[in-house]
Design a protein around this ligand. Structure first.
Ligand SMILES: Nc1ncnc2c1ncn2[C@@H]1O[C@H](COP(=O)(O)OP(=O)(O)OP(=O)(O)O)[C@@H](O)[C@H]1O
Length: 258
């Protein structure tokens, strides 16, 4: 039997900004159903890599395959329908709208009905709306947002708003979810809650996730695999324990020989 190829294959990716090499021949794989953490000191190239994966940046060398096919075969606006979703470092929610309405908005990138059928409220449109609504209920349940579903987002604590953003990202039914600093600005208790929710969606949805995160405790506890970058180069790739004990990683963070 043929082994399943990795969901994501990053191979020799290089990005230059003028004289700066933001990513230098970076290669790693992410297997289906796993959580991969991407770490590295400031300026290491994490955001640049994320932006390559969501096709915001074009890489000058290398290749990124998703489900065995080059990402560059698809236009940037086709990335969500391909099955790659993302959250952002800064929340991008509609603050006066309810939690549920914000979540519902996440489903529209996959909506197939056109302007005319929407205007005429054809049966297909109603079916699609019912399906979106059921999916929103599911995302709200998974993110423990049932009690606040009708509340305006602006009334809720920051940690809860972060969960709304995650629920909204789930609406596009991603196969790979890119999480940009999901623990940023959260308190200790909220980070632990987030860790449990990420594990829940990994188990229940079999979702593959790649997270950029500075919160080491979260990365090391939630990830199956950790990839470390420094000055655009990959310096480690392995289990959390392997990467944590890697002398190059310790040196990159502490600036001293391990
Ligand atoms: N649009 C850009 N134009 C020029 N240089 C850039 C651009 N984006 C990133 N860089 C440079 O590329 C390098 C990698 O930056 P990047 O933002 O990817 O790092 P990072 O690991 O995400 O850092 P942080 O943890 O601080 O967010 C840095 O030297 C940065 O200054």
């Amino acid at each position: 039997m043929q082994a399943t190829p990795p969901l994501l294959e990053v191979s020799g990716v290089t990005v230059r900004f003028g004289g700066i090499v933001a990513l230098d021949q970076v290669s790693f794989d992410v297997q289906q159903g796993t959580i991969a953490g991407l770490i590295g000191p400031n300026g290491a190239g994490k955001t640049t890599l994320f932006n390559c994966l969501s096709r915001l940046y074009t890489f000058s060398e290398g290749r990124i395959n998703f489900e065995g096919h080059p990402l560059t075969d698809h236009p940037p606006h086709g990335i969500a329908s391909l099955g790659i979703g993302r959250t952002f470092q800064n929340l991008a929610l509609f603050r006066t709208m309810s939690v549920r309405d914000n979540v519902m908005l996440g489903g529209h990138c996959r909506s197939s009905s056109g302007f005319l059928s929407n205007a005429l409220r054809l049966p297909g449109v109603r079916r699609e709306e019912e399906e979106l609504s059921a999916r929103a209920d599911e995302a709200i349940r998974l993110m423990d947002l049932g009690d606040v579903a009708q509340r305006p987002v602006a009334d809720l604590p920051f940690g809860t708003q972060k969960r709304v953003e995650l629920a909204r990202a789930l609406m596009s039914r991603p196969k790979l979810l890119l999480l940009d600093e999901p623990a940023g600005g959260l308190n200790h208790e909220e980070v632990d809650g987030l860790r449990q929710l990420l594990k829940r969606i990994q188990q229940e949805l079999k979702l593959t996730m790649l997270l950029v995160e500075h919160h080491m405790n979260l990365v090391m506890r939630v990830s199956d695999q950790v990839v470390a970058l420094d000055f655009g180069k990959k310096i480690a790739d392995g289990t959390p324990a392997e990467v944590q004990g890697n002398p190059d990683v310790i040196k990159a963070y502490l600036g001293v020989e391990a």
